[in-house]
Design a binder for this molecule. Structure first.
Ligand code: ZN
Length: 149
């Protein structure tokens, strides 16, 4: 493994120029990362995408490209949306568990009012409901976008 040749140039069997735009984000130590990205997006598209991004944001862009490519290789049909769907289902499931437990607490309190401290204000914490709702909105728009694939 030659550390002076980045994973991209090695994969493409070309000389790695000193100003190679891919070299900082696709080191020779991780050839699989570029292989995934190349398979999904194509090397020239990745180069174009990185060129369009200001230098200080390229590492993050490369990270996103790599994450999306890896997810798409693992799940060719849904890619990242598959992961988002799973997490969304977990949120929904946990939310309904919270609601169920809150209902049980209310029932327990009314059955044994003398044993418990005065009830706390009801309802879910505001951070939870607003974040949860926003995530659902984002998820809806993601689904809408993915329909156009
Ligand atoms: Zn290179």
């Amino acid at each position: 493994m030659d550390p002076t040749i980045c994973a991209a140039c090695k994969y493409l069997r070309r000389k790695c120029p000193q100003d190679c735009i891919l070299a900082p984000y696709f080191p020779s130590s991780n050839p699989q990362r570029f292989a995934c990205v190349h398979k999904i997006f194509g090397a020239s598209n990745v180069t174009k995408m990185l060129q369009q991004v200001p230098g200080h944001l390229r590492a993050e862009a490369a990270e996103c490209i790599s994450y999306e490519a890896t997810a798409r290789v693992q799940d060719p049909v849904y890619g990242c949306v598959g992961i988002i769907t799973q997490l969304q289902q977990q949120i929904t499931q946990i939310h309904s568990e919270i609601m169920k437990i809150k209902g049980e607490m209310v029932a327990h309190r009314s059955a044994h009012p003398q044993h418990l401290p005065s009830p706390q204000p009801q309802g879910e914490p505001s951070w939870f409901s607003s974040t949860h709702r926003q995530e659902q909105d984002n998820f809806q728009s993601d689904k809408h976008l993915s329909g156009n694939f």
